[in-house]
Design a protein around this ligand. Structure first.
Ligand code: AHR
Length: 823
């Protein structure tokens, strides 16, 4: 149910003046890239097309240097780089079996994991089975199932050996209902030595959560290892390749570069667990897996070479992030001593040589042997991720010298913590630093309100700015149109400051629905389907409509009307049972609603939760989080009053009194684990009083709105009395595309009403023809989904106009790209 009031306000009007004769900063071709990190099972069980989880039976391994006790992993008690003492870092250990994701069906079959017959040093463990009667099954769950499609072919390979086993195996794909979807025999299992066997399977049915099975048709003891299943069709048909639909989604963003492998992944939870590019080359059985900071093992099947190849396949430059010898600041922060830095630097030089060195060099030669004699177009590297301070900068300085000596053409980036420029790190890195990578995760409306942020950055600096990770990701649910508005504003800000901001990449890029580890991600996928959030389409539009140079652009817009807080009234609960009574709503001093105990619940629309009307009270009786019952309507200038008490659970109760700019305004009593009462807009705390809601105590609650003013009272005492600032403005940037001569104007209407704009295009030889591409949603909280993947997608409309003025209505909550032809 859409409970936000539709964009009903009258259109405001304004003017955007663009002067094609006044050139601004050049817009770098490198501006829009992607950041690919192994998080949310984005690669493993995602982009990397392998369908078997724990194919090498190594997932129960304890990560190097760590210990595991039950379901907890402990980092070694070594000092952290920054804190100087051991932070005693621990995290959840996700595996509770010696053979995660594998199981056995049939009493006649027993299994164990053994390292008595190592296949390779990187894959020492194997599954040993003993069969006393035919028909037992060894089952793999895939990555939350296997997305099997009717008619599709799958390539299986596995290593097996008989230790007295006689008979064959049958590889099968089996649907959730037990139906066999594909089957192929595996015969000739070598005795006493490993042999690589393969089979092709073709599906006769579809199932998004199928399983893989090996049916044991004989008796005796045998071993299997490295069971790998790929769809025959991969991106660009590469062996050991990528899921085509996901790879295409990324390719369609036309990224100028791909930053990889992280993110936090770069440094590991401990220094011992950091990724090692050199261990991700060659036959997949020989690659040492990595336990990543996001808490799972990664097979490294998508390794350094595959990443370089992927970049080439999608026309992007590779941007590798190297470890600076310090593990993740949010995890243990353990590090390599300075005495180890020379080895680390040599390792970095080797990686660069692999990417761009001549085939006569050691690592360039290996690249050629791995099928790519031609150097990859690596031009930029980064040293460290989200590190800080002079100590980090000094380490970067040690890298810069030898790298620049051997590869003077390479640009070197330093990671500048989260938000802003880390001058201490930059100063310590010293000469030779080319790029500063700032990470910018911003709350709702930040980018609209801070459209001048990059203009305020220093200009006389020897480095360029890269926004390696950006996203509007708080106060926007799991991503919605308001997030997209923020992301578009942020990109427009980058674009108009192209003299400083040379590169940017949204983060995180991918979310496997089955393991969401980050609240807001760009592309969502499951075993067999995917969709891009509205922000995906904004990123795509911006990359497709990259001008060569900015043009002077002036926006003259004053919103009309008051833009008051308005919308439905709601009662909400976060993990609590609570009761409400004597609920009243007044507008302009007149009662417009009064809870009637003789007509319990009348007028309320239950959106979620277990709401019941009993004994004159309205109660939420379940343990649910973020559940609401609403009084629908477009209430404004309203006083809501009631009595409420919490009965049990984590928090108190919430009342929402409509929306400001599409953002829910609410008074939260006993919020945030019952630590504070807060005034919130879109879930962001505007003001807080640290206290708790007492059990069983009836509170008198009153919230009054007048225009954009909101007053919250508890037991007659004013807790909050706030005027919410107006954020209804229009943003625009314009540029010229030298390849086509087109003038490209990006217009952002973040307001809840349409805006009529007069685009005055001065000093341009216009043809009067063009297009407007619009990405819009009337409901600012709407987002694409598996059910409605195309709810918010761009629509293209041809336009024609005369003279140098183009008048157009820009819908509420919209991002528009106006492209006009010139002669
Ligand atoms: O993008 C997710 C994480 O955010 C990255 O791993 C890290 O660099 C940042 O903190």
């Amino acid at each position: 149910m859409i409970w936000l009031a539709a964009a009903s306000a009258l259109a405001s009007s304004g003017r955007v003046e663009i002067d094609a004769a006044q050139l601004g900063a050049k817009v770098p071709k490198s501006l829009y890239g992607v950041f690919l990190e192994e998080i949310n099972n984005s690669g493993e069980g995602g982009l990397y097309a392998e369908l078997i989880q724990n194919r090498g039976f190594e997932d129960a391994n304890v990560p190097p240097g760590c210990t595991v006790n039950g379901r907890t992993l402990f980092a070694p008690k070594n000092p952290s780089f920054w804190e100087g003492y051991s932070k005693n870092f621990q995290m959840e250990w996700p595996y509770d079996s010696t053979m995660p994701f594998w199981s056995v069906q049939g009493l006649q079959l027993s299994t164990r994991i053994t390292d008595a017959h190592p296949l390779t040093p990187a894959s020492p463990h194997a599954l040993e089975f003993t069969s006393t009667a035919v028909g037992g099954r060894i089952v793999n769950d895939g990555f939350w199932g296997i997305g099997v499609k009717m008619g599709a072919a799958y390539r299986l390979s596995l290593h097996a050996q008989s230790l007295g086993y006689t008979g064959s195996l049958t590889a099968r794909l089996v649907g959730q209902d037990g139906k066999v979807l594909a089957s192929a025999p595996i015969r000739s299992i070598p005795s006493g030595k490993w042999g690589k066997l393969s089979a092709n399977l073709t599906a006769t049915g579809s199932d998004s959560r199928a399983k893989f099975e090996l049916v044991v048709n004989g008796k005796g003891k045998g071993l299997i290892d490295f069971v790998s299943l790929f769809p025959a069709k991969t991106f660009k048909n590469r062996p050991n390749g990528l899921r085509p639909d996901l790879a295409k989604m990324i390719a369609d963003l036309k990224p100028a570069f791909v930053r990889w492998p992280g993110g936090c992944v770069v440094e590991g939870i401990t220094i011992e667990t950091r990724p090692r590019w050199e261990q991700t080359l060659g036959p997949i059985e020989t690659r040492t897996p990595t336990f990543i900071p996001w808490g799972y093992w990664v097979s490294n099947g998508f390794g350094y070479h595959e990443w370089l190849q992927f970049c080439e396949d999608i026309g992007a430059e590779p941007l590798y992030v190297f470890s600076v010898g310090v593990s993740c600041a949010f995890r243990s922060g353990t590090y390599l001593p300075d005495s180890e830095t020379p080895n680390l630097i040599q390792n970095t030089l080797d990686a660069i040589e692999y990417a761009i060195g001549p085939t006569t060099s050691k690592w360039g030669g290996l690249r050629a042997k791995n099928g790519h004699p031609k150097p990859f177009p690596m031009r930029t590297i980064e040293i460290g991720n989200e590190e800080q301070g002079a100590k980090y900068g000094a380490r970067v300085a040690q890298f810069i010298k030898p790298i620049k000596a051997k590869y003077p053409q390479l640009k070197i980036a330093l990671s500048s913590w989260i938000s802003g420029i880390d001058h201490a790190a930059i100063d310590a890195a010293g000469p030779g630093l080319d790029i500063v990578d700032e990470h910018a995760y911003k709350p709702i409306h930040w980018a609209v309100n801070n459209f001048d942020s990059f203009a305020k950055y220093p200009r006389n600096v020897p480095w360029e700015l890269y926004i390696g990770e950006f996203a509007t990701n708080s106060g926007v649910g799991r991503g919605n149109m308001l997030a997209t508005i923020g992301d578009a504003a942020y990109m427009m800000n980058m674009e108009k400051n192209g003299d400083l901001v040379k590169m940017g990449s949204y983060a995180p890029l991918l979310e496997n629905t089955n393991r969401r580890q980050w609240e807001v991600n760009l592309i969502h996928f499951d075993t067999d389907k995917l969709y891009g959030r509205a922000s995906y389409y904004a990123c795509k539009l911006f990359a497709e409509n990259l001008p060569t140079v900015n043009l002077a652009t002036k926006v003259d817009f004053t919103p009309t009307g008051e833009n008051p807080i308005h919308g439905p009234i709601g009662l909400g609960i976060f993990g609590t049972t609570a009761e409400f009574k004597d609920i009243q709503v007044e507008q302009d001093g007149k009662s417009v609603y009064r809870y009637d105990p003789s007509a319990p619940g009348k007028g309320w629309q239950i959106e979620s939760g277990q709401w019941v009307a009993r004994d004159g009270v309205y109660a939420q009786t379940g343990p649910d989080f973020d559940v609401w019952s609403r009084l629908p309507g477009d209430y404004k200038d309203t006083k809501v009053s009631f009595k409420a008490r919490r009965l049990s659970g984590a928090e108190g109760f919430v009342v929402s009194v409509g929306n400001a700019d599409g953002r829910r305004v609410q008074f939260n009593v006993g919020g945030w684990n019952n630590t504070q009462h807060t005034l919130e807009v879109a879930g962001q705390v505007i003001k807080a009083v640290r206290t708790k809601a007492e059990d069983g105590r009836w509170y008198d609650v009153e919230v009054e709105t007048r225009g954009r003013h909101v007053t919250c009272k508890l037991d007659g005492k004013v807790l909050f009395d706030e005027e919410l600032p107006r954020i209804d403005k229009v943003l625009a940037v314009a540029g010229r595309d030298d390849a086509t001569g087109d003038i490209i104007v990006k217009v952002l209407n973040p307001t809840s009403a349409p805006v009529d704009l007069d685009l005055a295009l001065q000093n341009a030889a216009l043809t009067g023809k063009g297009t407007v591409t619009t990405l819009a949603s009337e409901n600012p909280e709407a987002e694409n989904s598996y059910e409605k993947p195309n709810q918010i997608v761009p629509t293209v409309t041809p336009i024609s106009f005369s003279g140098d003025s183009l008048k157009r209505r820009f819908p509420a909550y919209s991002v528009s790209i106006v492209r006009v032809k010139t002669r």
